[in-house]
Ligand binder design. Structure first.
Ligand SMILES: O=P(O)(O)OC[C@H]1O[C@H](O)[C@H](O)[C@@H](O)[C@@H]1O
Length: 526
């Protein structure tokens, strides 16, 4: 029997609060520190490892976290989710994104169809379509090959697919699987669509309209923008556009598209990178095999999330440590710092994934919670961030837990030896140095140059960022966020907080305003 209790009602949470906090600078110093770095590591899928040596935990805290995981029934709740229970209570929906990459438990039949079969069918349809585009069997109106794919979408229909595309672009070029360049239009700012359209050859571009709901104002506006551009170029828009949407959306039955591929309401936008939402653009850009490898990596990581032992379940452990940092140690935010230029938009994707999922003040029954929930997430790739906001991270008044990601090898492999080291070695040296600099102290008589240490971080280390390791990395964060939602007893799968702004914007556009809204409308010349 599963019981959904608030975090502060759990005995193990009260016990966790009583544990003595770990002096990170002390435990990371000397040989003890070296041992910690060796031991505090959990293998992930696809050669990745989650290292938490520089977190403020010790065996006592870890034992308390293990009890918390048990009492909060994290494994049981995950099981309920992938077996098709209505875990998204707010919207009364199942939560099935794991099923786009495998089947962890029972067959789930919803709306009269087996859901795994449905997702696999969509993947197959996309693969066939992409192969035909690459082979020149599906062409533009003049019978010429498409050379560019442009995705139109926003939020989950943009951030994940865009981050994944950027993560694999150079890898695909290096490994001869690069098929087409991809571009993305998301913002309703007309300069976004105009600039992208100016940068592509529209006559040889295929546009992927992605909207799960089929009603998002920005996306529909950008669709019209693109259709106008196609018309102005004397082209038939329906020969240049495909759609990815849910079967119940207004776009599903339209004749305006060359083809339509489907996801459904059981996959939240921010969890949709492994569905047709990511599948169409990534299969067109890199080929369906690359997308399949990405899915396999995610599926392999999902399997690790089933483990009851927190030391063998990197997602659960990461989630528990995050809740400890947020609720017991009181840290307000988390920085995501990938030492990989290919992951330049990964922090932006995690912003949505984490903050839209767990930025909630009421529990899953709609009752206010008496504790803090999701942290503010932000980040940039290293080493760039070091020359930007790390000052605050090192010496600011808030302690910000850090999530580093690093790879031993670059994707392209072109490198240079300057002062006895390669650029890749310099990149990796920096991330190692930062972990220790944050954790350990360096005393200086000049207070301005003093480092107090005790600033926690973890790092995910991999061999190389590949389709499979990217899939594992993505699934890690998706599952971590899911476990945290279970711990906070919030519904991580709805996003009512985005509605009010949309309603008011519509009112502004209809000139139905008064008070402050009217004056702001005037100031902005609407
Ligand atoms: O895919 P769509 O239905 O167009 O939705 C796009 C995005 O818009 C919404 O406002 C939500 O906050 C996001 O969760 C969603 O991903």
């Amino acid at each position: 029997m599963i019981t959904w209790n608030n975090l502060d009602k759990l005995t193990s949470y009260q016990e966790l609060k009583k544990t003595e906090s770990v002096d990170l600078a002390a435990v990371m110093a000397g040989e003890n520190g070296a041992e910690r770095v060796k031991n505090y590591s959990v293998p992930m899928a696809e050669g990745l490892a989650y290292n938490y040596a520089a977190k403020k935990v010790d065996d006592t805290v870890l034992a308390a976290l293990e009890k918390l995981a048990e009492e909060a029934q994290l494994t049981e709740k995950f099981e309920a989710l992938y077996n098709g229970e209505v875990v998204n209570t707010g919207e009364k929906r199942l939560v099935l994104h794991h099923m786009t990459r495998g089947q962890l438990g029972d067959a789930v039949v919803a709306d009269g169809v087996d859901k795994r079969t449905f997702y696999v069918e969509q993947q197959k349809k996309i693969a066939e379509f992409a192969n035909k585009v690459h082979a020149g069997e599906i062409t533009n109106g003049a019978g010429e090959k498409f050379t560019t794919v442009v995705q139109i979408g926003i939020g989950g229909s943009d951030l994940g697919p865009r981050a994944m595309y950027l993560a694999l672009e150079n890898w695909a070029k290096k490994n001869d699987t690069f098929k087409m360049e991809a571009k993305f239009i998301s913002n309703v700012d007309p300069d976004d669509a105009a600039a992208v359209l100016n940068s592509v050859d529209v006559a040889h571009s295929i546009f992927v309209l992605v909207s799960k709901s089929g009603t998002t104002l920005e996306t529909l506006t950008n669709e019209s923008f693109v259709k106008d551009a196609l018309k102005n170029a004397g082209l038939d828009a329906s020969k240049h556009m495909i759609a990815v949407t849910s079967e119940t959306s207004p776009l599903a039955k339209s004749d305006d598209y060359l083809a339509a591929f489907f996801m459904d309401d059981y996959i939240g936008g921010r969890f949709s990178s492994t569905s047709a939402v990511g599948g169409a653009v990534l299969s067109l850009a890199f080929g369906p095999e690359v997308f399949a490898q990405f899915l396999d990596g995610a599926a392999a990581e999902d399997k690790l999330s089933l483990n009851k032992n927190i030391k063998e379940n990197p997602e659960m452990l990461d989630a528990l440590i995050g809740v400890y940092e947020r609720n017991v140690l009181g840290y307000p935010s988390t920085a995501v710092l990938p030492y990989s230029q290919a992951l330049s938009r990964f922090p932006a994707h995690l912003q949505q994934l984490d903050m839209e999922s767990n930025g909630k003040s009421v529990n899953r029954f709609g009752e206010p919670v008496d504790y803090v929930t999701g942290p503010v997430i932000f980040g940039e790739p290293g080493t760039n961030g070091q020359h930007s906001f790390y000052q605050l991270l090192h010496q600011g008044t808030d302690i910000v837990p850090l999530q580093f990601v690093g790879f031993k090898n670059s994707q392209i492999g072109t490198d240079v030896v300057i002062q006895d080291s390669t650029s890749q070695q310099k990149l990796c040296a920096n991330v190692a140095a930062q972990i220790v600099a944050f954790a350990c102290c360096k005393e200086d008589e000049n207070r301005n140059k003093n480092f107090e240490g005790g600033r926690p971080s973890s790092i995910i280390i991999g061999e190389q960022l590949t389709p499979a390791s990217l899939g594992a990395l993505l699934a890690h964060f998706e599952n971590k966020i899911m476990f945290q939602g279970f711990l906070w007893n919030v519904n991580s799968f709805d996003q009512e907080g985005v509605q009010l702004g949309k309603v008011l914007a519509k009112r502004v556009l209809a000139h139905e305003t008064d008070g402050a809204l009217r004056v702001f409308s005037d100031l902005l010349n609407i």
